[in-house]
Design a protein around this ligand. Structure first.
Ligand SMILES: NC(=O)c1ccc[n+]([C@@H]2O[C@H](COP(=O)([O-])OP(=O)(O)OC[C@H]3O[C@@H](n4cnc5c(N)ncnc54)[C@H](OP(=O)(O)O)[C@@H]3O)[C@@H](O)[C@H]2O)c1
Length: 393
């Protein structure tokens, strides 16, 4: 795998790169620089004077329901001032990927390059980028479509969508963190209306007073992220979560104080027993759309609490709630509704560095190379349990 050393933006570097490109001295890296960008990328397999850049392999979804194909494109143009170019080493699969390919949900047009989550090495930075340099190991939020999507060798994304990879983490562990963290932040901030003190510029006071929250689907990617974001948002909050019993120990390690078997015949009683004073919970964070089928969960609210229900958008119809319950449907693209939204990945980077945000779920590597993505998607369609599916690329 290509590992790059950090580079500095010095005149020396520019001279050094020119020597490499002119002489083709079998460099392990080709380095080039322009006044507005700094670029570093691996040498192509057969470098030529006219084409020194490696090609960009993209996974392409031709149209709704058609199998993915690979295509090659030129190495991306130098990033615009606030963007960075990332050489992807691992990508993670999300239910949203499969839904986009199978139903067209959130697909702006076809053909498109999918992919929301991944980790890799920065190869170029725009002139206004301040936090990163070529060679930095990062994870990022990607946007399906074309150049900003994750399922390609080189993607170009805004600096604001990038966070440094923790030193001790593998590419695969880092690849699956972004989207679920983002969705959890939006769910806690917008859905539950809680303060987000870890987010610079974020709300410092909640819209409602929430002292206990039940996370439905604690072992899902979004749920395991939400558990942690809730603890960061309000350290004293009592977090309960439902999941299959085999994930209970992991959820306790993430900070859940009351774990409940999601298939229990006495779900409501179990939740109430684990809630403060047995009164029931103030709020519910539904990470998996469980409220659509487990209608009794709405009886787990405390009679005198705010009865706030935050439901992630699953692609299905909005879940109807009983009278007296305040429901907020949220999705990750509601991020701009939050104050401090531009700092969401800066906050993640700090939390990861300080060890305050842990790997939400163990990682399962489904394969290596772009051809393994279809296999991973099959796994997503069948349903996963308490793990994140990733592909080495
Ligand atoms: N709109 C957005 O912006 C956005 C962004 C991200 C995700 N999402 C949506 O959020 C949902 C979750 O995504 P994800 O990536 O977190 O999913 P995931 O990790 O694939 O979810 C799998 C988990 O769901 C749990 N689960 C399923 N039904 C449950 C139930 N009734 N009660 C409790 N747990 C249940 C399973 O728990 P056990 O194995 O313990 O049984 C399993 O661990 C998906 O619908 C996804 O499309 C939306």
């Amino acid at each position: 795998m290509y590992e790059a050393r950090p580079l500095l933006k010095t005149p020396n570097l520019v001279l050094f790169s020119r020597r490499f490109s002119r002489t083709h001295q079998s460099p392990s890296l080709f380095i080039s620089a322009t006044p507005s960008t700094l670029i570093k990328h691996p040498s192509p397999s057969s470098p030529t004077m006219s084409s020194p850049s490696p090609l960009n392999t993209k996974l392409l979804a031709p149209s709704l329901g058609h199998p993915l194909t690979t295509t090659t494109a030129p190495f991306p143009a130098p990033p615009s001032p606030t963007d960075v170019t990332i050489h992807l080493h691992a990508i993670a699969l999300n239910p949203a990927d499969a839904k986009m390919l199978d139903t067209g949900a959130r697909a702006a047009s076809w053909p498109l390059v999918p992919g929301l989550d991944g980790a890799g090495t920065i190869t170029a930075v725009g002139s206004a980028v301040t936090r990163f340099a070529p060679g930095d190991a990062v994870l990022a939020l990607f946007t399906p479509g074309d150049g900003g999507a994750a399922w390609q060798t080189y993607a170009v994304v805004p600096e604001a969508c990038v966070a440094r990879k923790p030193a001790g983490w593998s590419w695969e562990q880092a690849a699956g963190v972004g989207v679920c963290y983002l969705t959890a932040v939006v769910g806690v901030g917008v859905g539950l209306g809680m303060a987000l003190p870890f987010l610079r510029g974020g709300a410092t006071e909640g819209v409602v007073e929430v002292a206990s929250v039940l996370v439905l689907g604690g072992s899902s990617g979004v749920g395991a992220a939400a558990v942690q974001v809730l603890r960061l948002a309000r350290p004293g909050v009592r977090v309960l979560a439902t999941s299959s019993p085999r994930h209970h120990a992991h959820l306790r390690a993430l900070g859940v104080e009351g774990v409940v078997n999601r298939a229990s015949g006495s779900l409501v009683e179990d939740v109430r027993a684990a809630s403060p004073g047995g009164r029931g919970v103030d709020a519910v964070f539904d990470a998996v759309g469980a409220g659509a089928t487990q209608r009794d969960v709405f009886e787990a609210f405390g009679a005198d609490g705010p009865k706030r229900y935050a439901q992630v958008w699953t692609g299905d119809e909005e879940i109807e709630v009983p009278e007296g319950v305040e429901s907020v449907l949220f999705r990750s693209r509601d991020l701009p509704k939050l104050n401090g939204s531009e700092n969401v990945m800066v906050a993640l980077e700090t939390l990861l560095e300080e060890g305050r945000y842990k790997l939400p779920l163990p990682v399962k590597i489904v394969g290596e190379g772009w051809e393994a993505v279809e296999k991973g998607l099959e796994g997503i369609r069948k349903g996963v349990s308490g793990e994140k599916l990733v592909v080495r690329v």
